[in-house]
Design a protein around this ligand. Structure first.
Ligand SMILES: [Zn+2]
Length: 315
């Protein structure tokens, strides 16, 4: 069964062919917690910072080397998760020509009489077929010929136009309809056979459809020129592949998350570096101001002031 490859209507913009697919998994990194405020289960540490004594609270033991190693492991883990998530999108890239097995024939059918030069369309379609193995076709309709049967469901009309003409799944049919008395007012829909899916991916049909729709809306192009321009743009790029807009959002999200994690790790390392010189605060320690110079000393640690050498009380 063919399915929509996207379409649009005059003034209504382009709509994509099918829904979202794909998913993602999250990764987490466990680490011990360091804080400048006390918290449950934390040990208190102290270190000298110029004139002052500073405190840190932590529920783990710190060893900078271990942290750096776990940092590297976490980056590698994250990269592999990243690659895993990106793989389905990368599979949309660098596609191979489809073996359509039999030459099923290009159809150009101008029922609405809106196509000027069909030779150029034929040429563009041939080039696309040579490149991809997919057989593009174009049918134009007057609105009056289908509106009684299909009402507002032009997509259904395009579907029937496909299955009426083709029994294979290698065609890509673009159905373009105009109002009988107002050629400006158009609606179009692409229908692709399922065997075209590996090449006509969501990203590819979205890129093509947006361009074609823009051409249809533009006063610069006639209908046939719009189609030819879009195919001439699309054909040399289609096998390289396109990533669709939703996937781009995910790619950017993952990159942002990646940068966020790296910044987090760097901050953690910087913070742990501080702790390298920190010592465990023992019971009975007490911070006092030096009687002579007023700077901070610790009773139980400092025998004499680190600045002026004055005696620090033992208790
Ligand atoms: Zn002193």
């Amino acid at each position: 069964m063919p399915h929509s490859s996207g379409g649009g209507s005059h003034g209504g913009g382009f709509h994509g062919g099918s829904g979202f697919r794909g998913g993602r998994t999250g990764g987490g990194v466990n680490r011990s917690h360091i804080s400048t405020r006390p918290f449950a289960g934390a040990h208190k540490y102290y270190y000298y910072d110029r004139n002052r004594i500073k405190y840190l609270y932590s529920d783990g033991t710190y060893d900078n080397q271990t942290l750096k190693v776990s940092f590297i492991i976490a980056i590698l883990a994250f990269l592999s998760i990243f690659a895993g998530i990106m793989l389905p999108f990368l599979s949309e890239l660098n596609n191979e020509k489809i073996d359509s097995q039999f030459d099923v024939g290009i159809v150009i059918e101008d029922n609405a009489n809106v196509l000027g030069d069909t030779d150029e369309i034929y040429e563009a379609f041939e080039a696309f077929y040579e490149e991809t193995g997919i057989v593009p076709s174009l049918v134009t309709l007057n609105k009056s010929s289908w509106v009684d049967t299909y009402g507002s469901s032009f997509k259904k009309c395009a579907y029937d136009a496909y299955v009426y003409r083709f029994t294979d799944e290698y065609h890509w049919l673009i159905v373009y309809s105009v109002d009988d008395n107002n050629a400006e007012n158009f609606v179009w829909e692409g229908m692709q056979g399922v065997n075209t899916d590996p090449v006509l991916t969501q990203g590819a049909t979205e890129a093509f459809g947006k361009r074609l729709h823009r051409n249809f809306e533009s006063s610069e192009y006639s209908v046939d020129e719009a189609v030819v321009e879009a195919f001439n743009y699309f054909t040399p790029r289609v096998l390289r592949g396109f990533i669709d807009s939703q996937s781009w959002g995910l790619v950017l999200f993952m990159l942002a998350l990646f940068v966020f994690c790296i910044v987090g790790f760097v901050l953690a390392i910087v913070r742990t570096d501080k702790l390298k010189g920190a010592k465990l605060w023992q019971q009975g320690y007490r911070e006092i101001s030096c009687e002579d110079c007023g700077r901070a000393c610790i009773v139980g640690v400092d025998r004499e002031c680190r600045f002026c050498g004055a005696q620090v009380p033992r208790h």
